[in-house]
Design a protein around this ligand. Structure first.
Ligand code: ZN
Length: 174
């Protein structure tokens, strides 16, 4: 629900703290999603350190309401990576931002669309409480967290309330 004038929020309890290692050559996003599905986690915040073989970052165009992609096809360190896990269309959805660095120490940063893992360590804090869903936000064109009375309704209801034109891809709109 809206608290004050400019913030929606809810409070959650801490669940398990999980550590994981992503498989060599795996898709960063797929591996992370497989991990949380296997551990039955639906809400979390997480960090990752490690290295990737290539990556696709993006920056959101506020006027066009679309992501401008940054393709990086070289070995990169995951210098910093922060993400969260919530639900979108009733399914686990990760939103990840990363700062990646190359052999010269040059950094690239942005919304992480995906990456091919060289080696990566995941530190994940599970959160427990009311179900946290993303819903289409007309102002930004993004799928943003929706708190309040909508929170906790069934995935089926959420799906049926989707707006026409909303992207179905995992990689965008967050
Ligand atoms: Zn983002």
């Amino acid at each position: 629900m809206w608290v004050g004038v400019n913030m929606q929020s809810a409070s959650y309890k801490l669940g398990r703290f999980l550590l994981g290692r992503l498989k060599h050559n795996s898709s960063f996003v797929k591996s992370t999603l497989n991990f949380v599905k296997e551990k039955r986690v639906t809400m979390a915040v997480f960090t990752v350190i490690g290295a990737v073989k290539k990556a696709k970052l993006a920056c959101y165009d506020h006027v066009k309401h679309e992501y401008q992609q940054i393709k990086l096809d070289k070995p990169l360190e995951i210098a910093s990576c922060f993400g969260n896990l919530s639900l979108k269309d009733g399914k686990p959805f990760v939103h990840v931002h990363a700062v990646l660095s190359d052999a010269a120490g040059k950094t690239y940063a942005g919304h992480l669309i995906n990456a091919t893992v060289f080696a990566a360590e995941l530190h994940l804090q599970e959160l427990r409480g009311n179900k946290l869903e993303r819903e289409y936000d007309q102002t930004t064109g993004l799928a943003l967290w929706e708190f309040g009375e909508r929170q906790g309704k069934s995935a089926k209801t959420v799906r049926s309330s989707r707006k026409v034109g909303q992207s179905r891809s995992w990689l965008d709109r967050a």
